[in-house]
Design a protein around this ligand. Structure first.
Ligand SMILES: C[S@@+](CC[C@H](N)C(=O)[O-])C[C@H]1O[C@@H](n2cnc3c(N)ncnc32)[C@H](O)[C@@H]1O
Length: 204
């Protein structure tokens, strides 16, 4: 899978739809999470970092992770250009790698979950990455009819909100909530997006 993202990384930001999608989701994050300048933030599956780009001025140190080398190269170039002051770029796939020992106050992700076949262990990893009370904010496709991706796609046809709420509770998250987060246009039609937010409970 990283192969196709490696190839698309250099031109990812040329698509105005992706830029607009990131802007709308950043607005939804701001409306749901009390951002603070001290917050240590990890964006998971950051791609070219479009979501964090909108939030970087309102939070503390940023860690941008992605398993695609091509995406990490774009992130490293943006760091060198000063787009992300005080950021680190890390190769991380929680379906493959151990959970890092560092802890964060906010974990973000945008359009990543539907690519992960076995989601519950990755959500447990998100909980482990967070301090107790830390925030999770994940945006993804609402359940769709399977037309978003090409035939042969092995991930999810969007994510069902009730399924996700159950997996988050099982992973030790509390105060799970959802809000609409705009839509992404593909094949000349809108595919609605949601933002799910939750906080790591104290005992997970
Ligand atoms: C649709 S792109 C979204 C990129 C970026 N978040 C955005 O919305 O512009 C999906 C991203 O998830 C990454 N990804 C795929 N599988 C992953 C996994 N198991 N763990 C972490 N990231 C993954 C890909 O490398 C890719 O950068």
């Amino acid at each position: 899978m990283s192969g196709s993202f490696d190839e698309r990384a250099a031109t990812w930001d040329d698509d105005p739809g992706k830029l607009e999608r990131a802007r709308e989701i950043a607005d939804a994050v701001r409306a749901s999470v009390p951002l603070e300048p001290s917050m240590r933030v990890l964006e998971y599956g950051a791609g070219t970092g479009l979501l964090t780009q909108h939030l970087v001025d309102q939070v503390g140190p940023v860690t941008l992770t992605d398993p695609s080398q091509g995406m990490r190269e774009v992130l490293a170039a943006k760091c060198a250009d000063g787009v992300f002051p005080d950021a680190r770029v890390v190769d991380l796939d929680l379906a493959r790698d151990p959970v890092p020992t560092e802890r964060f106050d906010l974990v973000l992700s945008m359009m990543v979950l539907h690519h992960i076949v076995d989601l519950p262990p990755v959500l447990v990893g998100f909980a482990q990455l967070l301090e107790p009370g830390g925030w999770l904010a994940i945006a993804d496709l609402e359940r769709e009819d399977g037309s978003f991706h090409d035939e042969g796609f092995e991930g999810h046809h969007g994510i069902d909100r009730d399924d996700l709420a159950g997996w988050l509770a099982d992973a030790g998250f509390v105060s799970v909530g959802f809000r609409d987060a705009g839509a992404t246009i593909k094949h000349d039609r809108p595919y609605p997006l949601f933002l799910a937010t939750a906080q790591r409970g104290s005992d997970s």
